[in-house]
Design a protein around this ligand. Structure first.
Ligand code: DOR
Length: 431
């Protein structure tokens, strides 16, 4: 079997150069070795990419793979399959497992399992606090030694400001960044959905934007004083974008948005019920417009999934008892194409930049995130034109909790290449 692949006649997406270029690309021994027109290599496996977009492998800063502890919802194997099918070559998995990833040995386990599965690079985020309880810091140095790439108490935010302030200072010594879930639960005790007209009509407990925004403000003030590297994940509010814009003039903070926060509003909870129960909650049209403006301006420089698989039996309960989360890893790219490219908010190059180069820079993955000679051959190939309907029952993910069933979408990944090996071809995984 040859270890060379020649991708012929594709349109290369080069986010670093902000260019689309019609050219061939040759991979050998896991690396990109040549980019140019009319490359020939009779020994290489030839892949016809005519009419397709060929770009750096997609990198996703926010997924939940549920292992250890909740393997009935997802495990590292099914999560990896879903990632490869979704065109992702690197994902960061959140530490809110059972038990939480607050211990270096769990990180070692995830890194080894990721290599064993070999479909996607699964990079662990470690907990900021032991047991995600918000009381005591974890050992950042040991977590980093075992492969933790970022710190997060995702699902919650750290309530004690002094603790987070010290964590920000401590993490600087290990060059570890934070991926922060912003929510002041004191403002939304037992909250279920966005606080607004719809929550009032439905009689559900509200989660006010004030809870998210006050935490964003606090955490960015703490970052300003400590120099911590901070990324705010699954942003959902209009004021959040303004706050980040203000701080970005002073410190290098980054932020991401999920596809569901760009496509659905709180009103759709009426239609989709618990499938649309997510945290942060779906907000209002004015928030969507502000998020899109933030994306267009580059204030929001990263896009991520917050892939949160749950079993249907967990979701098929009354609204208050259902867990938060949407399973979306296999359709993240086409959903983003619908909400951003087809709506004219950004073009393909900018979309790809927010899904590869920018997350690679945040994680300091210098050999990934762009198509250049000498870089690791992590590559995603996308069909920008053909429309397919979302078929949730065909998800590789165990999580079928997805409100987008039946949506017609374009921009599907058709090949995922990891370290020079084709791991997904036309929606099927290559074992
Ligand atoms: O909707 C969500 N689901 N938001 C979170 O922050 C956590 C996640 C989960 O773990 O299911």
């Amino acid at each position: 079997m040859t270890d060379s692949i020649l991708i012929k006649k594709g349109t290369l997406v080069l986010p670093g150069r902000k260019e689309l270029v019609d050219a061939d690309l040759l991979i050998r021994e896991g690396k990109i070795v040549r980019i140019g027109r009319g490359i020939e290599d009779p020994q290489a496996y030839s892949l016809n990419a005519s009419g397709l977009l060929v770009g750096p492998g997609l990198i996703n800063l926010h997924v939940h793979f549920r292992e250890p502890g909740e393997e009935k919802k997802e495990d590292l194997f099914t999560g990896a399959r879903a990632a490869a099918r979704g065109g992702f070559t690197t994902v960061v998995c959140m530490p809110n497992t059972c038990p939480p990833l607050d211990n270096p040995l769990f990180a070692r386990y995830i890194v080894s399992r990721s290599a064993e599965i070999g479909l996607v690079n699964i990079l662990p985020a470690g907990a900021i606090t032991v047991g995600l309880k918000g009381e005591t810091m974890t050992n950042f140095g040991l977590l980093k030694e075992e492969g933790v790439v970022a710190l997060s108490d995702d699902g919650k935010s750290v309530g004690k400001s002094r603790l987070l302030y010290l964590a920000f200072r401590y993490a600087n010594y290990f060059d570890l960044p934070f991926i922060l879930h912003e929510e002041d639960e004191n403002l939304s005790p037992a909250g279920e959905m966005h606080e607004g007209v719809t929550s009032f009509e439905m009689g559900y407990r509200g989660i006010p934007p004030a809870g998210e925004n006050s935490r964003i403000a606090r955490d960015l003030v703490l970052a300003l004083y400590t120099g911590a590297r901070v990324h705010l994940t699954h942003l959902s509010t209009d004021l959040g974008v303004d706050l980040i814009r203000w701080f970005q003039a002073r410190i290098p903070v980054s932020a991401d948005v999920t596809p569901h926060h760009l496509l659905l509003t709180d009103q759709q909870v009426k239609q989709f019920g618990t499938l649309a129960k997510v945290n942060p909650p779906l907000r209002e049209e004015k928030d969507i417009q502000a998020l899109k403006l933030g994306i267009r301006e580059g204030v929001i420089n990263i896009l991520a999934s917050d892939h949160a698989p749950h079993s249907l039996e967990d979701k098929e309960v009354d609204f208050a008892s259902a867990p938060f989360g949407i399973s979306n890893l296999e359709i993240t790219l086409p959903l983003l194409v619908k909400s951003l490219v087809e709506e004219g908010v950004i073009d393909w190059i900018s979309l790809w930049e927010k899904l590869s180069l920018n997350p690679a820079r945040f994680l300091k993955l210098t050999d990934r995130g762009s198509l250049e000679e000498g870089k690791v051959a992590d590559i995603t190939i996308v069909d920008p034109d053909t429309e397919w309907e979302v078929e949730v029952n065909q998800f590789e993910s165990k999580g079928k909790n997805c409100p987008f069933q039946g949506w017609p979408l374009r921009g599907w990944p058709v090949y995922t290449i990891l370290g020079g090996k084709v791991v997904m071809q036309e929606g099927s995984l290559i074992s």
